[in-house]
Design a protein around this ligand. Sequence first.
Ligand SMILES: Cc1cc2nc3c(=O)[nH]c(=O)nc-3n(C[C@H](O)[C@H](O)[C@H](O)COP(=O)(O)O)c2cc1C
Ligand SMILES: [Mn+2]
Length: 490
Amino acid sequence: MTETPCRDFRDFLDRLERRGQIKLIEGADCDLEIGTLTELMCERRGPMLLFDSINGFPRGYRIAAKPYSTPLRTAIALGLPEDESPFGMFRVWRERMGSFRPVPPRAVQGSPLMENVQQGTSVDLCHFPTPRWHERDGGPYFGTGCAVITRDPDEDWINVGTYRCQLHDRRTLGIQVAPYHHGNLQMRKWWAQGKSCPVALVVSPEPCLFSASTNGVPWGTTELEYAGFLKGEPLDVLSGPETGLPLPASAELVIEGELPPPDEEQRMEGPFGEYTGYYAGDEGMRAVIRVKACYFRTNPILHGEPPLKPPIDTWACPPAGSVPTVWDGLLKAGLPGIKGVFALNTGGGLVTTVAIQQQYAGHARQVGRVASGLMHSMCRLMIVVDDDIDPSDPEEILWAIATRSDPSTSFEMQSECPSSPLDPVIPPARKKTRGLTASRALIIACRPWEWKDQFPAVNRGSDELRQRVYDKWRAVFREHSGSLVGLQEA
Ligand SMILES: Cc1cc2nc3c(=O)[nH]c(=O)nc-3n(C[C@H](O)[C@H](O)[C@H](O)COP(=O)(O)O)c2cc1C
Ligand SMILES: [Mn+2]
C-alpha cells in the first residue's frame, strides 16, 4: 500500500478528484435524471459523477454516484495495486484478509456528523435529495450507498450490513433485507420478543466500512472490527443518543430509529432495479424504519449506489458474495492446485470461474463439482480453467472454453441447485411456492488431462523471451502498463 488508508468518505473523494476521476454536474433532477446520467457515464467507464445544486435542493447537498465502479477507483479506495487485473487485486485483498485480527472501534464524544440534528417531529428526510434511480423503481431510494447497524438482543454484538432503504415519507423508510442476512436474523429476534428493533442507518460510510458492510463477515463478528482492521486503526464511533448503537463518526449522515414488528407496521417496498440487471425481486410488504433522529454534516455528500445492468459493477473488487467462501472451501477440502476463484461481471456469482493447475485425471471436474456445491446462491455457469488463464478476464475465459472444451463431454448439467428470489429464470409461480432452485452447467475448459502434453502449444512468446525483450525495450512500454503476464517488474 503506497498511501495511507482513506480517513473518511470525503478523503476518498478528494483522492478521486486529484486523479481526475470526478465530474461535477449541476442542475440535475432527482427524478430519473441523476440515475440515467449515472447509468450512461458508468457504461462509458467515465469519471464518477458528483451532483450538486440538485433541482429543488440547496447548493452543497451533493450526491456522489457509484464512486467505486472501476477497478482503479476501488484500488484508490482500499489501497490495492492499480496495475493488476481485477483478479490480481483480489489476490492481494485475500492475502491481506488472511492476516485479519479484530480492531475494535473507539468511542469518541463529538464529530462533524453532529453539526446538524433533527429530532422527533422535526425529522424531515425530504430535506435531502433522494433519487428515483430507475424507471420502474417503487419510489426514491434514500439508502443505497449505506450501512445498517443493529444489535443482537441475546448475544450482544453489533452487525453492519448494506441493505437498500426506500423513502416512504418524511419520517419513514422501507427496508429490504434477505432472510439469511444477519440484519434480518437479528430483527426477527427482537420481534419474537414482541419488541421493535433499534436501528441506525449510515449514509456514505467510509470506504473500509462500506467494504466490511457489503462483504461476507461471519455471524457473531462485528463488521466494525473488520473495518478497523482494513483501516489499520480503530473506527471512531459516537454513542447513539436514541439507541445507544455505535454511530460511525466519519459518516456524512446517520439516522436512528426502530424497526417495529411486522404485525405492527409494514409497507409496500420495491421493486428496485437490481444487480442481476433485472427487476426480479418484485415488490412486497416489508419492514419499515420509524425515524427518531437524523444527524448530518453541513453540506452532506450522499453516496448513491444504484445497481446497474451488468457488466457495470458496484464493487470492482473484491468480488462480494460466494467467491471467498468457495475459494476457502476448496482449500479446506484439501484440493491441490487451486490458483483462484472469481465471479465475472454478470450479476453476483452467476458466472463463477476457478483456475487450477491440473495434477491428476479427474482433478478439474472434481474441483468444479466441489466449487459448484459450495455456491449457496445463484450460479448459472461454473467454469474451470487452467492456471495460464486469468479467471477475471471474460475474453480469456471464452477463449479457453472455445479452444479447450469439447461440449458433449466437458459440459455437465446439474439440476435443482439452490438459487435466489432474484434469479430471473425462475417463473413467478414457482417463486411463490418457494421453488427457488435452478439448473447449472459445469464447464471444464481445461486442456484434457490424458493428452495435455500433446495439446497444441499456445501462440505467445515464452516467459523467458518476453522478459528478455521487454527488459531491453522497456522504454517502449512506459505508457502502456497492463497485463504483461509472466513479466517481472525489475
Ligand atoms: C451495493 C450493495 C447493495 C446491497 N443491497 C442489499 C439489499 O438491499 N438487501 C440485502 O439483503 N442485501 C444487499 N446487499 C448484500 C449485503 O449487503 C451483503 O451480503 C452483506 O455481506 C450482508 O451482511 P450481513 O451478512 O451482516 O447481513 C447489497 C450489497 C451491495 C454491495
Ligand atoms: Mn454480518
